[in-house]
Design a protein around this ligand. Structure first.
Ligand SMILES: Cc1ncc(COP(=O)(O)O)c(C=O)c1O
Length: 451
């Protein structure tokens, strides 16, 4: 097994940085200009974390590719980190959005599209009732509020190193002594996270049992497979145990399918026969137009009705003037009905498999101690021989410099991966040639690192 020579990595990395700068003069100029009006030169803080010295500025995007202002065409496996999973500018979504723009963008009243989308979500995820928001963050926040309201309990349980959007209760990890503490870098927490949250390791049934024992937990908020610290898959029987323990202790199970929708048209919930009390999904369903949703069972619906009053509906902490607005539902109807369809998944899942097989063959062929993990149409490689079983193990094995180098190497060969780890997502527009090009570029990087 080979180990990375850090001196070699640094000199290769420096060469790639210089190459990026030389090949993106217009992006560099725009970035310099942006610094005068945008904090750190970007419209949102996390955009400074790209592996390149500055982000490439986008001119146009179509299907599974985008064109930057420096004239380069990139294959896009980042896909707006799932917001563009349907592909950039799918024709059906654009047509529906253009039509709706002329028919009224937002008017505080429902449209028939909302019903169509509710019915389609019923078909995909098996839950009867749905509500809409503008982001998955909001959908999670509202689902947690409702969960606390109807159970009369205060605590939330999440997985170590989870990510569910900017939801205060979820910025928590376990310290070395197994205590719940604020995640490193958590910005200005509203309250001590230990007061709101208990953290458990993914795949650890005993620790979940302990966390629920006092019956003071309202909601267990989980991704069925971790995707944000890298992909970590559930052990056989883990999700059944989660369901059994939550039922036994009267705790609500909220499944966040925002990323795990890559498992299939009904996400991991459908693919693995899960039975959540509440479910959240955002990002993908509007084809890039802001929309997210939370759904729940008939029993949860009854309990909501019994414990909330319509008079307080606009000031109860669940809302948003544009939540459920007409444009977003027109986009979701077209995206779910015509773009991210069951047929599209029949093409995307084999592409995910092809991507991981390609990367795996390079890793095996060169005897490199890394591995690939895949969840349907999403896959990534990581720098340990065996897949970690939980978020902490994944975090402990991360190698930010190697990660950034491989990311930048790919960018310089016009491939964009999901930032912060080396993950790829397939869209209905992704082609086998795109996937094979990635395998080629990845093989060249490995050969450069291990000559
Ligand atoms: C699983 C999961 N849930 C929720 C969110 C939040 O989505 P948004 O940023 O659209 O609110 C994310 C974002 O990455 C996510 O990965």
């Amino acid at each position: 097994m080979q180990t990375v020579d850090r001196g070699r990595l640094e000199s290769l990395h420096e060469f790639e940085r210089q190459r990026f700068v030389a090949e993106h003069p217009r992006s560099k100029k725009l970035f310099e200009r942006a610094k005068a009006s945008l904090h750190d030169g970007v419209p949102m803080n996390w955009m400074v974390r790209w592996a390149s010295p500055f982000p490439p500025f986008v001119e146009t995007a179509e299907g599974a590719s985008f064109h930057c202002v420096d004239g380069h065409d990139y294959i896009d496996f980042c896909l707006g980190d799932t917001g563009a999973m349907a592909g950039h500018g799918a024709a059906a979504t654009i047509e529906a959005v253009e039509r709706q723009l002329r028919r009224g963008i937002t008017h505080m009243l429902p449209t028939e599209d909302a019903i169509w989308v509710g019915e389609e979500l019923q078909r995909r995820f098996g839950l009867p009732y749905w509500q809409f928001t503008l982001s998955a963050t909001d959908a999670n926040r509202f689902a947690l509020r409702l969960g606390r309201q109807i159970t009369g309990r205060s605590k939330v349980v999440v997985h170590d190193y989870c990510y569910h959007g900017t939801v205060d209760e979820t910025f928590a990890v376990l310290d070395d002594g197994g205590r719940t503490v604020a995640r490193q870098g958590s910005i200005g927490p509203q309250v001590d996270v230990a007061a709101t949250t208990r953290v458990v390791e993914f795949n650890d049934i005993d620790s979940l049992e302990r966390a629920l024992a006092d019956r003071d937990v309202a909601v267990v908020l989980f991704e069925p497979a971790l995707t944000n610290i890298g992909i970590v898959l559930p052990d056989e029987g883990y999700l059944d145990a989660v369901r059994e323990l939550t039922r036994r202790t009267g705790t609500l199970l909220l499944i966040d399918e925002t990323h795990t929708i890559c498992a299939g048209p009904g996400g991991a919930t459908k693919a693995w026969d899960l039975e959540p009390d509440l479910l959240v999904i955002g990002k993908t369903i509007g084809g890039g137009i802001p929309i997210a949703t939370y759904g729940f069972t008939a029993e949860v619906a009854d309990r909501i009705r019994a414990s909330t009053s319509y008079e307080d509906a606009d000031v109860g902490g669940i809302g948003g003037t544009l939540a459920g607005y007409a444009l977003s539902l027109a986009a979701a109807r077209a995206t779910l009905g015509e773009v991210l369809t069951d047929d599209a998944f029949d093409r995307m899942l084999p592409l995910g498999e092809r991507w991981s097989d390609g990367v795996q063959s390079v890793i095996r062929g060169r005897d490199v101690p890394w591995h690939v993990t895949r969840l349907g149409a999403r896959a990534e490689y990581h720098f340990t021989p065996e897949p970690p079983r939980n978020g902490r193990e994944q975090w402990d094995h991360s190698d930010p410099e190697l990660e950034a180098f491989l990311h930048l190497w790919a960018m310089n060969r016009r491939i964009l991966m999901t930032p912060f780890h080396n993950m790829a997502l397939m869209s209905p527009s992704t082609t086998e040639a795109d996937v094979d090009r990635h395998t080629e570029v990845f093989a060249e990087a490995v050969d450069a690192l291990f000559p």
